[in-house]
Design a binder for this molecule. Structure first.
Ligand code: ZN
Length: 358
């Protein structure tokens, strides 16, 4: 599968630079008794290799690591052409469609895996950003998540059949590589439908995501369990409603967090669901929480911090709800994480949020 135009993803310098986060992972790799993962990850053909057009305007390079990976299917035919020519033609066709019909500046996703398991770069700069381990490029693959999520398109339609074994294996390889490079954990791998009102990545590929997380976890360690969220709706009176309300206020809603899910809260929720392309049902479920619960860490301020503090107090870790995430709050978060057998990093990411709401 290696071609003269494909670039190996793993660079020695990145291994050295990320020694702290990669150390445990590499130890796990070295001692793994299972199938050996090629340390370089799958080769990825860059935009120049497949003949990409220049973007309509400069691609925005963001300083900061992504928070997650989002898996898609292209909803195109399940072709039986498995060569590199097909992969490159697909990359060009997607870019043309997304630029000329969707009106985007460039390809929407960061990476694409063909039916023949060839990986191509999507949006310009995605590969260079991945190589840094510290940057991403703003993309257009999932409304509400384009600055924080790496998007992987899988060629085909996986509503009634699964990806080819070779394609799935390459997806595992690519996700492993991205997780190592950016310090992501296996539970941070999602499907498009976890955020937007879409069938993507199809019922069959979506059903494979627990296995995908587990297969990545087998290589790099870590928790493979996706966050589980409460379902809240009109009529609920619950301290978790207050969290929902605080998070909606943080996103601009003009409501008062009072712990009671009334018409104003439902209206604000529907407006938020509209804004982020979720199913608009006025019920706070998987898509709503996945979109609302952005990571919160020391130095943050605002309603989301108040929500964290109030939940910590409610769960037996008394914290002043002043909306300022200082060392005291960080210590309480670490204590909570310890009590829940989570890594004590003091960061309230999706997994810690879900435990606070559990
Ligand atoms: Zn999608």
């Amino acid at each position: 599968m290696t071609t003269p135009t494909a670039r190996p993803l793993l660079r020695r310098r990145t291994l050295l630079a990320g020694a702290l986060s990669l150390g445990a992972a590499l130890t796990a790799l070295g001692s793994a008794a299972g199938p050996v993962w090629a340390a370089g990850g799958p080769p990825v053909s860059g935009c120049e290799a497949w003949g990409a057009r220049a973007p309509k305007s400069p691609v925005k390079v963001l300083t900061g690591r992504p928070q997650k990976i989002i898996v898609h299917h292209t909803a195109t035919d399940n072709v039986t052409e498995y060569g590199q020519d097909r992969a490159f033609a697909l990359a060009r066709a997607m870019q043309t469609y997304q630029m000329d019909t969707e009106g985007w500046i460039d390809t929407g996703q960061h990476f694409t895996i063909s039916r023949g398991a060839f990986v191509t770069e999507g949006r310009h700069g995605s590969l260079a950003a991945l190589d840094t381990g510290a940057q991403t490029v703003e993309a257009a693959h999932c409304t509400g998540q384009n600055t924080v999520a790496i998007g992987i398109e899988n060629e085909g339609t996986y509503t009634a059949e699964e990806p080819r074994a070779e394609q799935y294996a390459t997806l595992v390889d690519l996700c492993t590589r991205i997780c190592l490079q950016y310090g992501l954990r296996p539970y941070q791998i999602y499907g498009h439908r976890d955020f937007n009102n879409t069938q993507c990545p199809g019922d069959r590929l979506y059903a494979l995501l627990p296995k995908l997380r587990a297969d990545v976890a087998a290589r790099i360690g870590g928790d493979a369990t996706a966050p589980v969220w409460p379902v809240l709706r009109t009529g609920d009176v619950d301290e978790r409603v207050r969290v929902l309300q605080c998070l909606l206020v943080q996103r601009g809603a003009a409501i008062t967090p009072d712990g009671s899910f009334g018409p104003a809260t439902e209206g604000a929720l529907r407006a938020f669901q509209t804004q982020i392309g979720a199913g608009i049902d006025g019920v706070a479920g998987n898509q709503t929480w996945n979109q609302l619960c952005a990571p919160v860490a020391q130095g943050a301020t605002g309603e989301a911090v108040k929500a964290v503090q109030s939940r910590l107090s409610a769960l037996g870790f008394p914290t002043t709800a002043d909306g300022a995430f200082g060392p005291g709050t960080a210590a309480r978060v670490s204590a909570f994480q310890s009590a829940r057998a989570l890594p004590q990093d003091g960061v309230v990411d999706a997994r810690t949020w879900s435990r606070l709401l559990g």
